[in-house]
Design a protein around this ligand. Structure first.
Ligand SMILES: [Zn+2]
Length: 276
């Protein structure tokens, strides 16, 4: 059994919903570490995998945080990360329900706390982000995938063996201070204004969104490694050093894709719709 109390905070939901931003904000809690998409810890140092999968996104293979870390799968991952880093709160934005279920069981077995944050975002913004990044993918398949991920995240929330918080990305981005206070209380930690100044801290994320990491790492050594995608380059290069709601989908979403989205997912998206 563990000798120190540990809280694992796991972010569920669909990709492209702001989980990198959320993880970076939470990393400002006292005693917290944000590991990025923890599931990628399995590939750490595996040279047969591409760099973005096997290493810290900001430092690459030579990372002061991950150097010397080898997950012993017989031990709880977050327990091992806590021992490696001295953190008491480990934040993981993996999102995949199977991974989250196993980690939550591991935490409970070790006598620790598990918290789940289900992060949602207007589905039109999510699908548009994916089509911006992967313009050759089938829009209907992207919409269907988002719908399925929302369904899985809801099922996970129902069965999760611990407290669950539902959070909209848009709330986080438009009311960051209130939301950060609420998040801190949910995790059982004290709000710290530095949570919002996430670019002032170092980060060593596995996986996650390049654009947000680019913003966060502008002042960090090794930052040149992180570049936003080609279609996002101008947006992120001109982005001020503050949390700002990303509504690019309103200008970018093609009318036929918007119509298809409404037809397939309009009902599901009703509760997640932001603005008109
Ligand atoms: Zn690093």
């Amino acid at each position: 059994m563990a000798s120190t109390a540990l809280t694992g905070v796991i972010i569920g939901g669909a990709g492209h919903s702001g989980s990198t931003l959320l993880g970076m904000i939470l990393s400002g809690l006292d005693g917290a570490v944000y590991i990025g998409e923890g599931a990628k810890v399995r590939y750490l140092g595996d040279m047969s995998k591409p760099l973005k999968k096997r290493a810290c996104k900001i430092c690459g293979d030579d990372c002061a945080f991950w150097n010397g870390f080898h997950w012993d799968a017989k031990r709880g991952l977050y327990e091992q990360v806590a021992a490696h880093s001295g953190a008491r709160i480990v934040i993981d934005s993996s999102k995949k329900p199977d991974w989250i279920t196993v980690r939550a069981d591991e935490l409970r077995t070790g006598g620790h706390e598990a918290r789940l944050i289900v992060l949602t975002r207007d589905g039109r913004a999510v699908v548009n982000s994916r089509l911006r990044k992967y313009p050759d993918r089938d829009p209907a398949a992207q919409i269907a995938e988002w719908m399925e991920q929302i369904g899985s995240a809801r099922a996970l929330a129902e069965s999760f063996p611990g407290p669950v918080l539902h959070l909209a990305y848009e709330e986080l981005a438009t009311r960051p201070e209130d939301t950060a206070r609420h998040l801190a209380a949910f995790i059982g930690a004290s709000y710290d204004p530095s949570m919002l100044a996430f670019s002032a801290r170092e980060h060593h994320p596995l996986g996650g969104n390049n654009g947000t990491q680019f913003l966060a790492a502008r002042g960090q050594a090794g930052a040149a490694r992180i570049q936003p995608g080609e279609r996002s380059a101008a947006y992120y290069r001109n982005h001020p050093d503050e949390i700002r709601l990303d509504l690019r989908w309103r200008d970018e979403f093609a009318p036929d894709h918007a119509a298809l989205f409404d037809q397939m997912a309009g009902t599901l998206n009703q509760s997640m719709k932001w603005g008109i």
